[in-house]
Design a protein around this ligand. Structure first.
Ligand SMILES: Nc1ncnc2c1ncn2[C@@H]1O[C@H](COP(=O)(O)OP(=O)(O)OP(=O)(O)O)[C@@H](O)[C@H]1O
Ligand SMILES: [Mg+2]
Length: 217
């Protein structure tokens, strides 16, 4: 049974697709059978998949009416299913959240991104209250400068809102941009941060797959 991980943020351009493409490739390379369900009409993850020889599958024939059924049907065939979503408030993100074990809310270090992340988190808490899913939700800082004052300010805003900001994220590095033109994993500093992020998720039992111990709910 696959663990289902979704990237959801009502605000666009925050790193949802970048995070999921990177996760998909790392997990596939580690030997997991990985499916990416791309519910965004921009098809960023599908384009990434088509660019190289990724070793993971992609499925993009979803809509609000079938996404829950598609996830249920495909879960037994994979170790990990990653679901990308469009950066808008929609009924689709409710269905995607309810289908997920873990929701990651990517967010850059800016006020508008933080406002979008907090709105998204509150919405997902409502989904949790109704459906008992997702089991876990974490805000992930993307495309940020860890040393910048704005990053500290945004982190404080999450603390004040009692929102779950994850301890690891993916800072602003060219390697993460290049992924979308090469179809490959980044090298150098970006590769190190990606590795640390994934190690942290595994250590916190938020990431399963064949190498992790987390069981899908
Ligand atoms: N850690 C990072 N370092 C550098 N660039 C990044 C990082 N994360 C994301 N980006 C860049 O930011 C831009 C937006 O990222 P991405 O497409 O992943 O966001 P998104 O939330 O999926 O957007 P959309 O809402 O349009 O689907 C892309 O150009 C991407 O390469
Ligand atoms: Mg996207």
């Amino acid at each position: 049974m696959a663990q289902v991980i979704a990237a959801i943020q009502q605000k666009g351009g925050v790193g949802k697709s970048t995070l999921l493409c990177a996760l998909a490739l790392v997990l596939a390379r580690a030997g997991d059978k990985v499916l990416v369900i791309d519910t965004d009409r921009q098809h960023t993850c599908m384009d990434f998949h088509d660019l190289a020889d990724p070793g993971f599958d992609v499925y993009a024939e979803t809509n609000e009416d079938n996404v829950t059924e598609v996830v249920d049907r495909l879960r037994p065939k994979y170790d990990v299913i990653l679901i990308d979503s469009a950066g808008i408030d929609s009924q689709m993100i409710v269905y995607v959240a309810a289908a997920a074990d873990l929701v990651l809310i990517p967010s850059g270090a800016s006020r508008p991104d933080a406002a979008g992340a907090i709105r998204t988190w509150k919405k997902i808490k409502q989904v949790q209250a109704i459906s008992g899913r997702p089991k876990a939700v974490q805000i992930v800082l993307m495309n940020h400068n860890p040393a910048a004052r704005v990053t500290a300010n945004v982190s404080e805003a999450y603390t004040t809102a009692e929102a779950p900001l994850y301890k690891a994220g993916l800072p602003s590095l060219t390697g993460f941009k290049e992924m979308h033109t090469t179809g490959q994993l980044p090298e150098g500093a970006a590769a190190r941060h990606l590795h640390e992020f994934i190690q942290a998720l595994r250590a916190d039992k938020l990431l399963g797959g064949r190498r992790g111990k987390t069981k899908a709910a």
